[in-house]
Design a protein around this ligand. Structure first.
Ligand SMILES: Nc1ncnc2c1ncn2[C@@H]1O[C@H](COP(=O)(O)OP(=O)(O)OP(=O)(O)O)[C@@H](O)[C@H]1O
Ligand SMILES: [Mg+2]
Length: 511
């Protein structure tokens, strides 16, 4: 007897339909065809053990499993349940009639229990699109996919439950999404900008970065509050839209990082990989590819604390995704893509000793040492960072008795206003939502400055010895500053402020 069951393969963050055909014929044998990898092939053993331990019969006949289409590689152990249900139906241990209405995925353990799978959210969205009535999957994944409406979600604990469900001997209730324990509310943050005393200049820079989506580098001595400030950045970014939340959750789901009790991600991700991170962990990949940190940070922030400590070659692999906002990972058969639209926030000390360079201070590092330290970070990477800001140490009296700062809530209101102006300006330009995304052609179009502004910019660049690459950065940042001012044109004082944020280009620190 031939039975069809349905599952999905996940490539990048897209789910592709897979049909599992199970045929039982004369003889004793087990064949599995249709490009399964070794983990899929091993499901034979897991299913056999699970059946034995739950008093189901593994047929002593010739079983042929075909996974179609044959040109898509099937990876991992999530097809165990799809195949097991096929075998059970083909050997008439369960009723076949309703099986085609359900997407069935899950990894079996030897005792018949189920283990969570990766990519369940992408699968659920696709299942809804394809008109499946329900999705049978491990209980641990139920919450994660419950956001998808119009699809019955059955989170199950063991193969016995699936048998009972199809044989109608037990009633399973679809998983109910409880709205108020996972409210779609992005305004809750444990940390707030009001805790940061002083540092008005740095806060202003962070607000500009948030308003225009610019990458930013914080440079300052140890203890000046760089880490503290960076961690507060998500609290002033605009709330995630539902679409963004879904996309980011899909990526976390593919990485297997959505916990049992978590549904949709409600706050922008803040990822801060340690400086020992490998290139695969940072950008993604591996033999059974997973998204890396840059994709987990999609729609949020990637924070690289102590930037010069990272291996140069690891940072270099980030260059292409920083430009394209997506990362392609080449595989033997096909390449997979993961979204990687993140804001890069980096921090570093200004010199190996940790202090700003001061030619008059005999204790500070000599200039050539500082230069060598700065140049641990390549020019092309530095090129992709729009704002550099010096974070001075806060004086003790300011820390001790200074008033509380502005709240994140207030700052975020302004950021959202500025984002609205940008959305409106770029509404007819595909894939551009905010100023940081502008490339050279669009900079020419949208960041025009008048002759007075141009003369001032040229003068400042010459005097300060700013490199040519700062030019485009300054224009983009001045566009954001003008937007924060609700100004149509870019005025000289907007440019003047933007120039201040190129401190590392000054004095030719960077080669
Ligand atoms: N402006 C500030 N307002 C309030 N507290 C501050 C401020 N700056 C620093 N602190 C306090 O100092 C601590 C150290 O700051 P933080 O770790 O962010 O410094 P850092 O610049 O990242 O240092 P390092 O280079 O050593 O990593 C913070 O946890 C905070 O308690
Ligand atoms: Mg720090």
């Amino acid at each position: 007897m031939l039975v069809k069951t349905y599952g999905y393969a996940v490539y990048g963050i897209e789910a592709l339909p897979i049909t599992v055909e199970t045929n039982i014929g004369k003889g004793i044998n087990f064949f599995m065809v249709g490009l399964p990898d070794s983990a899929v092939k091993e499901s034979h053993q897991r299913i056999k053990a699970a059946f034995t331990n739950t008093e189901l019969k593994f047929p002593r006949k010739e079983i042929t499993i075909n996974m179609a289409p044959a040109d898509i590689r099937k990876e991992g152990s999530a097809y165990d349940l799809t195949i097991a249900v096929g075998v059970l139906a083909a050997s008439e241990q369960i009723l076949e009639e309703e099986i085609a209405d359900y997407l069935i995925m899950g990894e079996l353990s030897l005792d018949g229990g189920l283990r969570p799978i990766r990519g369940a959210l992408s699968m659920a969205i696709k299942a809804k699109e394809q008109g499946f009535k329900g999705f049978i999957l491990p209980k641990q994944n139920a919450r994660e996919v419950s956001i998808v409406e119009g699809l019955n979600i059955y989170g199950i604990e063991s193969i016995t439950e699936v048998v009972g469900f199809f044989n109608k001997t037990i009633d399973l209730d679809p998983f109910q999404y409880v709205a108020d324990d996972d409210a779609y509310d992005c305004s809750e943050f444990a940390i707030d900008f009001e805790d940061v005393k002083g540092q008005e200049n740095v806060k202003r820079a962070l607000e500009i970065a948030a308003a225009g989506g610019h990458n930013i580098l914080l440079v300052g001595p140890p203890g000046s509050g760089k880490t503290m400030l960076a961690k507060r950045l998500p609290s002033i970014l605009p709330q995630l839209t539902l679409e963004e939340a879904l996309e980011t959750t899909k990526i976390h789901s593919v990485a297997g990082l959505v916990g049992e009790n978590r549904g949709l991600l409600t706050t922008r991700p803040f990822r801060s990989p340690h400086h020992t991170v490998s290139d695969v962990a940072l950008v993604g990949g591996g033999s059974n590819p997973k998204p890396g940190e840059i994709s987990l940070a999609h729609n949020g922030i990637l924070f690289l604390d102590e930037l010069p400590e990272y291996k140069r070659q690891v940072l270099e692999v980030m260059r292409q995704p920083l430009e394209d906002r997506v990362v392609s990972i080449s595989r033997a058969k096909m390449s997979v893509e993961y979204p990687a639209g993140f804001m890069l926030v980096a921090s570093m000390n200004p010199s190996p000793s940790g202090n700003f360079y001061d030619p008059n201070d005999p204790n500070s590092d000599p200039e050539y040492i500082v230069k060598r330290y700065m140049n641990k970070i390549s020019g092309p990477l530095m090129d992709r960072i729009d704002l550099h800001i010096e974070v001075p140490a806060v004086r003790f009296d300011e820390l001790a008795k200074g008033p509380k700062g502005e709240t994140s809530f207030t700052i975020r209101q302004r950021v959202m206003e500025t984002r609205k102006i940008q959305e409106e300006r770029f509404k007819n330009i595909p894939k551009i939502h905010y100023n940081a995304q502008l490339h050279s052609k669009l900079i020419e179009k949208f960041c025009r400055i008048d002759e007075i502004g141009m003369a001032m910019l040229k003068n400042a660049m010459d005097k300060m010895g700013l490199s040519a690459r700062s030019y485009a950065r300054i224009l983009k940042v001045s566009r954001t500053i003008a937007d924060m001012d609700s100004s149509q044109g870019i005025a000289a004082h907007h440019i003047a402020e933007a120039i201040q944020f190129r401190s590392l280009d000054k004095n030719n620190w960077l080669e």
